[in-house]
Design a protein around this ligand. Sequence first.
Ligand code: MEV
Length: 329
Amino acid sequence: MTVSSAPGKVYLFGEHAVVYGEPAVPCAIERRATVSVEQRDDDRLRVHAEDLSLDGFTVEYSSDADATPDVDASESLVRAGVGYVDAAVSQAREVADAPDAGFDITIESAIPLGAGLGSSAAVTVAGIDAATRELGVELPATELADRAYRAELAVQDGEASRADTFCSATGGAVRVEGDDCRAIEAPDLPIVVGFDGGAGDTGELVAGVRALREEYDFAADTVESIGDVVRRGEDVLAVGDLEELGRLMSFNHGLLEALGVSSRSLDNMVWAARDAGALGAKLTGAGGGGCIVALDPTDETKTALQFTPGCEEAFRAELDTEGVRAEGP
Ligand code: MEV
């Protein structure tokens, strides 16, 4: 059995706009998805998934069409559990030139699914790493990131940026603009995450922004303004000015709100963080529900979020400088 883990992430800046070539700055956090892979002697896949926000299910199949879980799990969860794993396995089979390799796969994740913390990227990166190593091939982190990006593209109907998968593969804070992905320096960030227990549909939310952008020039301008905030944010990150960083994150939230990807619970959590004196707060990831990220060196924001209606969990998250990691042989 081969085991790998990869971190989730928060977006300090730039989600959605990154899909249109603007820069984004995601940042890996110390919450990981762990994928264990054991090769079978047939070509079937058996996937057992457990996650912070679901009880877990097991599904065994040889093609997507006969994938029926052992418990009554929602279709979107099974799609999430099976789609990304399937795409990761395809990449591993291609890399190792083993088209008929079958696997027993277990996913354990401390990152809630679809909540803006990069669970699908973490599962895809850790899954490709574990499956290729199980087949005797070691991939460098940058190739792994590229393979994981292609896997995400396949699952998300061609709508994905390299941001989530690159950040999860390499760890740390990164800057992504189109195909250009690089590590950047970041100071210690007092990150607090609030989670509303829900999830958004990334494909639907990305399509919604695309439609707005096509309908209104000012929506296209809003996407470009997010790019301006990100460029300013990068300079501020480099000098470690946390107050200005927070202000820019709050500005970024306002622009995402204007693009229709926030939700009442995300806005409630952002306001609770602001009222508690956070340096800044914004939704993270695709939006529609899920998580916010705030900056607060004190305990005030975490405590306020714990008492905010609609917030299910609030936690402090450290920057994770390590990307994908071998946890077992
Ligand atoms: C989703 O985590 C981030 C989006 O920008 C989509 C992407 O970059 O692939 C909304």
